[in-house]
Design a protein around this ligand. Sequence first.
Ligand code: ASP
Length: 358
Amino acid sequence: MGDLTIISWDDFSRLTLTEKRPYLARPEGDGMPYHTLFAQQFDRELLERLCTLANRIRFINKSKEGALYLKNVLAHKRAMLYFSQPSSRTFLSHLAACQILGITTGSVRDAATSSEFKGESHEDSIRTFSSYFDMIIMRSPEQGLAEKMAWELSNSERPVPILNAGSGKDQHPTQALLDIYTLLRSFETKGGVDGRTITFCGDLLRGRTVRSLSYLLTNFRDVKQIFVAPDALQVPDDVIGILKEKGVKYEIGSDLKAATRVSDAVYMTRIQDEWDRSKGESAKIDTSRFKFGAEELALLGKDAIIMHPLPRRDEIALCCDHDPRAMYWRQMRNGMWIRAALIASVFGFERKIMDCGY
Ligand code: ASP
């Protein structure tokens, strides 16, 4: 059962992510997170529960009566969207998820419009938000900030849950949830996700969605992960360390065509040049072999899918967009449903929605 008040920040910050998990769970003991900070908080049982709830919300929302029922579920709650890093889909899909559940929202998308511009610390700003809102959905370029805020808030007079909508180069747990939801839906009638081969391609070094999804995939049996990237952008050691520890099969390479032939899903990512240490650093890397185009499409299995967390630049050619295996647009919409499922669960409404008469 989660309780961040029984551990000091210093002791908490020294724990491994898996050790941190129980401190972040809902105190009610239903296994769902209270603070959602990283992928290590989700095991298979939880993933399947969330995806089932997302499907249920999706279904209920189809009728006007059902949609109105959902709009009442959390009409007594307010959420703050605090995004101090650019975002389109993550911001809008969290907003839409809140709207589906009737949650009133407020937002700050630019620290220049908040008191941070006057020198207020993140800590003070977030404590301010918690005075007016019941949940904080936050994106920050700072790795670990969401975690620190979760601890601070849990130890304040007005604890409210934090939902990490992307932290630095580190984690993007809700993107990984929507990726898993997309994989489960895509392979639902085709034997499921166990035993599949997933290729990650692009900037695997700085892509936070890759770190989070690679971890979530370890919850499935016999899933092989292939990492295709230029040497300078290959998947970092901590991700590989987890795969080794869990005995997950993986391959590191640079041949997208070869990987495409054997993959059930190819997960493309953009070059994350906002993290360049010097101007134009990424532009010097030859990324030409790490793009998915007509030739790769011709090699892709008939039931395999192409995924991308978006935004895309040129790493997936436009000619792929209308192929039924291009899953990135549906993946984006799946984000709204799984985020609605997660938010409803954080507030303890999983059973109520699952068991409602719609
Ligand atoms: N939208 C994803 C993220 O926020 C992927 C990306 O930006 O390339 O990490």
